[in-house]
Write a protein that binds this ligand. Structure first.
Ligand code: C2E
Ligand code: MG
Ligand code: MG
Length: 725
């Protein structure tokens, strides 16, 4: 297939010598370059040729022509045909001058003696001109398009912008200032400005969106910015890549629309649909939605939750006597007080007049539902002060559990409603579970809780002490303080019956403070009397450890009594790590720094995380009673005990066996190199008076070994322990 022949080039030849011209034409012909050549030899002829209609493709100019100056010739050409490429053709001009001329707009230069270079020079020159023209056309198109865009964008209410392919701003419209408070120039100056004004919660979405823009179908994005004045505004952003006519990527054009008003209106509609306008709490519709979700979640995770119906006891009377506006104020205050009394993340709603509903999902840290409900009742029993008047109002609460009291919304709600009715009938200001057994249990627990609170404030708690004895020397090395509750009606209540409830209700914190101070005072008294063993241990609950308060409490007790810190030991159950890990580790490290001793209680029963043992120097491990009980008969328990002793020693801790009741156990433990024992074999926990006696006799052991009173005589017990060896 033949390509259609190229049209001949139209060459303007400025040459005074006709022979040279003929030579040139022949050469071009010989080289196969199709060209129509026109010769001019004076300024007038040149002028005429340049103004003629024929479009010249290229000019070939001799350097020296009589009556013509080469530089003016060049000027004439540039003036008429600015883009016409010019090749200097000369036999005389020197190299230096030729280079100078190249800088003045001559495309190339060829010596007449080297005509062989001419055709390649013509071709190169034409190619370059073509490229330049294309580039210039593209730029012009771009400028034109930018110009058109700018005219539109300058008047747009939206904040329009244009980015170069490298992401730099080429244009930002004036509306930018109105929307963001920042001037276009500030965006040019700081490429990070946009990211820095975007709401932190939306930044991630914005960055993803920016990456998505590289794709072919970018999706609009709504996000918030902070304006220069600190206002929050909603913007909707669209942006797309821009291509030139040849399909080349030349940047992005984007637009931010201020949609704040629309968003606010939507939120308002949302609020009116789903919120109680008075208290701002979720309303009936939203609560229904929340309850549906709670059921789905519980079903999925196999967990339980409680639905509480709350009804204010005296609201009607109060509302009628005070008037509606004060009634409204009261409801707002009730909503706020309820919300403040609840742990985070539980759903509270106002359903109607004086009815509130609540979902309690049982988190790890949530106190029992009964305790929490009672807490709400107590909170609303405190008077409200409205317009300087004290107003008393109570609340009754009905509680249904999912799934036990209903697996569908309707059944669960009617169970809670039935429970509430009972509470109302049975005296108001009380809580009732749908299930009577739970109500009975709750009543017992609540009574106990109230009594315990009273016991801590009153004089019903006591500390008993139990000795820890060295298995080799028989010496009383330490004591453990154990709390006792002397209930006025029920007699002595063991800690196992009230410590768990105290932990659940948070009462263990004041209780723990009391124990700590009492124990320190007792240590001080025994120190003064010359009776104190090397250390006395106090039990600390994981709940105490997870609150910052403990450190202060220990410091205070040490300061108040002036006892050396190493006289005090804190027993922490192994399970403490399950609670608030970080806070617990921090607390342990701080306690350690105070100089008090640390002991891990009930070792072997808890969460066996050994990591903390490496991080914090522990003075003592206490082998749990459950391993000690049958250590002599149960092989696997015996090997656990062996392993704990080895572990303790490798960490440099002393090992104490708890609950040692028999001589055989003591002998066995000694054979395993256990350091200390604590248990009925040596002594039961003793009251302060009995322990004082015990200690004074223990000190007197070496002087007087003939006592009969074995129960309280440490010498006999300790001798027994030693005799086994
Ligand atoms: P624990 O700290 O492991 O205390 C040892 C328990 O074993 C004590 O029970 C003690 O009386 C009992 N025990 C001692 N020797 C023997 C024995 O030879 N045989 C048998 N069967 N039992 C023995 P207690 O006093 O009833 O205390 C039970 C738990 O209550 C304690 O276990 C401790 O976890 C907790 N507790 C006691 N006092 C306090 C306290 O002041 N604060 C805190 N937070 N918890 C305490
Ligand atoms: Mg203990
Ligand atoms: Mg223990």
């Amino acid at each position: 297939m033949n390509a259609s022949p190229e049209p001949p080039l139209n060459l303007l030849v400025i040459e005074d010598n006709p022979a040279d011209f003929r030579l040139l034409v022949r050469h071009l012909h010989k080289e196969g370059l199709a060209a129509d050549c026109t010769r001019v030899a004076s300024n007038e002829e040149l002028e005429a040729a340049l103004t003629a209609a024929s479009p010249w493709t290229l000019a070939l100019a001799d350097y020296k022509i009589p009556g013509m100056d080469f530089v003016s010739t060049l000027g004439m050409i540039r003036a008429r045909c600015p883009e016409l490429p010019v090749i200097l053709l000369s036999g005389t001009v020197g190299e230096e001058r030729a280079v100078e001329l190249l800088h003045c707009g001559v495309g190339d230069f060829v010596l007449k003696d080297h005509l062989i270079r001419l055709v390649p020079a013509i071709k190169r020159s034409l190619r370059e001109t073509e490229d330049q023209r294309a580039r210039r056309d593209a730029q012009a198109a771009l400028r034109e398009s930018e110009e058109k865009y700018r005219i539109l964008a300058d008047y747009s209410p939206n904040w329009e912008y244009w980015l170069a392919p490298d992401g730099a701003y080429r244009y930002v419209s004036p509306a930018c200032r109105e929307v963001s408070g920042y001037a276009p120039a500030e965006f040019f100056a700081d490429p990070g400005l946009m990211d820095s004004i975007i709401h932190p919660d939306d930044l991630n979405a914005w960055q993803m969106h920016r990456q998505g823009l590289l794709g072919t179908h970018p999706v609009p994005l709504s996000f918030r910015i902070h304006t220069r004045d600190g206002d929050e505004r909603w913007l909707e952003h669209v942006c797309k890549p821009v291509l030139d006519e040849a399909g080349r990527f030349i940047g992005w054009r984007g637009s931010h629309r201020d949609v704040t008003e629309r968003r606010r209106a939507e939120q308002k509609v949302d609020f009116l649909t789903y919120r109680d306008p008075l208290t701002g709490l979720p309303n009936r519709s939203l609560f229904h939605e929340l309850l549906t979700r709670a059921i789905a979640r519980a079903e999925r995770t196999g967990t339980e939750f409680a639905l509480l119906f709350l009804d204010l006891d005296n609201f009607k009377t109060v509302n009628e006597s005070l008037g509606h506006s004060q009634g409204d104020q009261l409801l707002i205050a009730v909503g706020r007080r309820l919300r403040d009394a609840l742990p985070d993340g539980n759903a509270l709603a106002r359903i109607g007049g004086d009815e509130f509903n609540l979902i309690l999902e049982r988190g790890r840290r949530l106190p029992g539902i009964d305790l929490l409900a009672q807490h709400l009742i107590d909170a609303l029993n405190e008077p409200f002060i409205i317009d300087e008047r004290h107003i008393y109002i109570g609340v009754s609460i009905g509680i249904a559990l999912y799934p036990a009291d209903g697996q569908e919304i309707e059944t669960l709600q009617s169970s809670a409603d039935a429970a509430l009715n009972q509470a109302k009938q049975q005296g108001r200001g009380i809580l009732r579970f749908f299930s009577p057994e739970l109500t009975t249990r709750a009543k017992d627990r609540l009574t106990l809780e109230a009594e315990l609170r009273h016991a801590i404030e009153g004089n019903e708690l006591l500390l008993y002490y139990q000795p820890q004895t060295d298995l080799t020397s028989g010496e009383t090395v330490g004591l453990e303080a154990l709390v006792r509750w002397h209930h006025p009606e029920r007699g002595m209540i063991p800690p196992g019956d009230f410590i768990p409830l105290a932990e659940e209700s948070g009462l263990v914190v004041p209780l723990g403070d009391w124990v700590l101070h009492m124990a320190c005072r007792q240590i001080k008294a025994w120190l003064d009397a010359g009776l104190a063993p090397r250390r006395t241990a106090v039990n600390v609950s994981a709940v105490q450890l997870s609150r910052e308060h403990l450190i202060e409490s220990v410091k205070h007790a040490l300061r108040e009594t002036g006892i050396p810190p190493e006289r005090l030991e804190l027993e922490i159950t192994e399970s403490f790590v399950i609670a608030d890990r970080e806070q617990s580790f921090k607390a342990l490290a701080e306690l350690r720094a105070l100089g008090v001793r640390l002991s891990i209680d009930d070792f072997g029963t808890g969460y066996s995380s050994l990591a903390y043992l490496q991080h914090i120097e522990i003075h003592e491990l206490k082998i749990d009673i459950s391993f000690v009980r049958d250590v002599t008969t149960n092989l696997s328990n015996a090997s656990i005990v062996k392993a704990i002793i080895a572990l303790g020693h490798s960490l440099g801790s002393e090992v104490v066996a708890e609950g040692v009741e028999t001589q055989a156990q003591a002998d066995y433990l000694r054979a395993l190199h256990c350091d200390l024992i604590q248990g009925y074999l040596v002594s039961r926990p003793l009251s302060v008076e009995d322990m004082t006696l015990y200690l004074s006799r223990s000190g007197a052991t070496s002087r007087d070994a003939s006592r009969e009173d074995t129960d309280l005589d440490p010498s006999c017990a300790a001798r027994g322990v030693l005799q086994g060896s």
